[in-house]
Design a protein around this ligand. Structure first.
Ligand code: HPA
Length: 267
């Protein structure tokens, strides 16, 4: 199945990017800076599902960015949309088949760490999977990777270093921390957030972890970046609002774009 989808992409796009960048909620506009873009809607690709999440366009954008051949995923699939984690991570396997070696996964997240403010960007150093399941449950896809594999260095140290240096070069403060994935679509309760803080989590979201697990399984290097769009539930005592999450992400789009461009240049 992956090969069929990958072959379709190869037949439509005469490019083989080494870097894939998943654009999270509110961050889709980053793909506008791509030179010579080629757009492929998920809908037209065999075996592909399409994103129903707000502000997720549901297409690949191939082109050059930061001096490299890249493919953006403008929109991703989420577990809360009702897709299985195999479906959520299917595009990662397809990208592997097309020759992608590096995954940059971005997302919008709530800040659990009290030192974080809305608008901060957090480098993901590690994650906690609270989805209650794993995208690799089922037969192992042995030609992509081993059944049991290490997650100690899931977020590639070399890429973390590049991200820190890139942020410093453009004068952008970069937070660091642990991302915890919940299913959503309800936001978390204040009690859950207090518990997650005790576990060592710094930011909470509804994505990224499945894609990262599959990317590591199939041998990709991974970088994760969260845009902190809001203080997590209970931190400020004000209610959370989905629309506000997207607006905050959109406002920070420029800085995020500059950071990712600088990172891509140095990969
Ligand atoms: N919780 C979960 N997901 C999110 C949040 C949040 O507070 N903000 C943006 N995505």
């Amino acid at each position: 199945m992956f090969q069929e989808s990958a072959n379709y992409l190869k037949s439509k796009v005469n490019r083989s990017p080494g870097i894939a960048i998943i654009l999270g909620s509110g961050l889709g506009e980053l793909a506008q800076k791509v030179e010579n873009p080629v757009y492929i809607n998920y809908q037209e690709i065999p075996h592909f599902k399409t994103s129903t999440a707000p502000d997720h366009k549901g297409r690949f954008v191939f082109g050059s960015f930061g001096g490299k051949e890249v493919v953006f995923m403008q929109g991703r699939l989420h577990y809360y949309e009702g897709y299985s984690l195999q479906e959520v991570t299917f595009p990662i396997r397809v990208l592997k088949e097309t020759g992608v070696k590096t995954l940059i996964a971005t997302n919008a997240a709530g800040g659990i760490n009290k030192a974080f403010a809305a608008g901060d960007i957090m480098l993901i150093e590690d994650h906690i999977n609270l989805l209650g399941t794993n995208p690799l449950i089922g037969p192992n896809i042995a030609y992509h990777g081993e059944r049991f594999f290490d997650m100690t260095y899931a977020y590639t140290p070399r890429l973390q270093q590049i991200a820190k240096e890139s942020a410093a070069q453009i004068g952008l403060p970069l937070q660091k921390g642990v991302y915890i994935a919940c299913t959503g679509p309800s936001f978390e309760t204040p009690a859950e957030i207090r518990a997650f803080r005790l576990w060592g989590a710094d930011a909470v979201g509804m994505s990224t972890v499945p894609e990262v697990i599959v990317a590591v399984h199939c041998g990709m290097e991974v970088l994760g970046l969260s845009l902190i769009t809001n203080a997590a539930a209970g931190v400020l005592g004000t209610p959370l609002c989905g629309q506000k999450v997207i607006e905050t992400a959109q406002k920070k789009g420029r800085e995020f774009e500059a950071l990712i461009e600088r990172i891509v240049e140095q990969i």
